[in-house]
Design a binder for this molecule. Structure first.
Ligand SMILES: C[S@@+](CC[C@H](N)C(=O)[O-])C[C@H]1O[C@@H](n2cnc3c(N)ncnc32)[C@H](O)[C@@H]1O
Length: 188
């Protein structure tokens, strides 16, 4: 089941909202990280920069074949062989990844899902001990140029609370100007 309000605008519009490399850097995505899973890769806005920064594989999951094709195409254009795209419904079917198989999970602009804790639990399952979960979301502010309706938009406090309830610890918050916040939590 596609997450509510998770459709994408044109790529040029979406891309203008972020500076992916600086966001990833702030959230601890670097060469000390080996394998990564990204739930909802979209156009690959974060997938490709991630693949350039980490030392292992990037599993890029999305339910939309167009998004998977866009991400695949970008990986090819960048001569990146470490991105594994997975056309998959991670809400209904999970990620399909093994227990404790990745070091970092990215839940970027997706935690306004109907059942956020279900995604967080799946992230927890596939992370290796001491692995990190990075969350990015639109600021809880109705003046952002896009983002899910305020009624379903999570606050950083909610994300931290939900993550704590499924077993994550050591939350840290980041201001990802101009429109987003970040949260990083650790599986201990
Ligand atoms: C708002 S976009 C965010 C894309 C990317 N994370 C980013 O921040 O640039 C959400 C993405 O999640 C995908 N998605 C929504 N529901 C999904 C599901 N149940 N399984 C897999 N992908 C899903 C959508 O197709 C879309 O590409």
């Amino acid at each position: 089941m596609k997450v509510r309000e998770s459709g994408m605008p044109q790529e040029s519009i979406w891309g203008a909202f972020f500076e992916p490399a600086s966001i990833l850097d702030a959230l601890g995505v670097d060469s000390s990280v080996s394998d990564v899973a990204e739930f909802g890769c979209g156009y690959g806005t974060f997938t490709i920069p991630t693949a350039k920064m980490v030392s292992g594989k990037v599993y890029a999951l999305d339910i939309d074949p167009e998004m998977i094709e866009a991400t695949k195409r970008k990986a090819k254009e960048n001569r990146i062989h470490t991105v594994e795209t997975m056309l998959r419904d991670f809400v209904s079917d999970g990620s399909g990844l093994e227990d404790e198989s990745v070091d970092y999970v990215m839940l970027f602009n997706i935690l306004h899902a109907e059942e956020p804790k279900r995604l967080l639990k799946e992230a927890h399952r596939i992370l290796r001990p001491h692995g990190k979960l990075g969350i990015v979301h639109w600021n809880y502010d109705p003046s952002t140029p896009r983002g899910p309706p305020m009624e379903i938009r999570p606050t950083p406090e909610q994300c931290i609370d939900w993550a704590g309830k499924v077993g994550f610890n050591s939350p840290r918050r980041y201001d990802l100007k101009p429109y987003h916040y970040g949260v990083v939590v650790v599986k201990t």
